[in-house]
Design a binder for this molecule. Sequence first.
Ligand SMILES: Nc1nc2c(ncn2[C@@H]2O[C@H](COP(=O)(O)OP(=O)(O)O)[C@@H](O)[C@H]2O)c(=O)[nH]1
Ligand SMILES: Nc1ncnc2c1ncn2[C@@H]1O[C@H](COP(=O)(O)OP(=O)(O)O)[C@@H](O)[C@H]1O
Length: 197
Amino acid sequence: MAATPRGTSPVPPDVRPRLTVLSGPSGVGKSTVVAHMRKEHPDVWLSVSATTRRPRPGEKHGVHYFFVSDEEMDKLIANGELLEWAEFAGNRYGTPRDAVIERLESGEPVLLEIDLQGARQVRASMSDALLVFLAPPSWEELVRRLTGRGTEPPEVIERRLQAAKIELAAEPEFDTTLVNTSVEDVARELLALMEVV
Ligand SMILES: Nc1nc2c(ncn2[C@@H]2O[C@H](COP(=O)(O)OP(=O)(O)O)[C@@H](O)[C@H]2O)c(=O)[nH]1
Ligand SMILES: Nc1ncnc2c1ncn2[C@@H]1O[C@H](COP(=O)(O)OP(=O)(O)O)[C@@H](O)[C@H]1O
């Protein structure tokens, strides 16, 4: 099955969505799709979030995330340095505001890979943002991907699957849905939605 847009609500053709949000349950393939897309289009700018989560093997500070302490996260929030932030499965995550604003002001497309709560905050503060939901081909496949990734212990996987039920139920809040059957197809669809190609 291709990455068919599902339940697409119309985006006026003359409005270029400059801020795109990609959300979807843990394990659906967001990072994989974004990495594939940026391999071919390194010019697409992806915001690097701050998180209190511990790094996974291979994750680099400043590349995958800014890994911060609880105290540092408290400060970022208190100083208004985050465009949005949320607690997800026991850790906090937030988007540094200034870097996003700078890119938008220079007219560059911006991509945020954030959770449902963050997507809702962006919707509220930036009404012209394009919200894209990445859905799994099936619940069973989502469980298989999250488990198969092997980065979380069973109790964390369980917590993320509970969150996934809530996220999947919120799909109608998004402007469009891409089903992640083929990474290549989804990456192409996403680039087209961002009007990069
Ligand atoms: N609200 C918000 N969510 C974020 C941010 N950065 C990452 N997330 C989301 O937090 C969730 C957990 O991310 P992570 O621990 O990296 O796990 P993964 O998505 O399963 O690889 C995912 O839904 C991410 O999209 C952020 O800056 N803000
Ligand atoms: N289209 C796909 N088909 C099969 N496996 C996939 C696909 N997309 C991603 N995966 C795999 O699923 C797992 C979770 O992907 P990941 O990108 O880490 O998800 P997320 O960032 O949404 O948590 C990884 O092992 C990845 O290789």
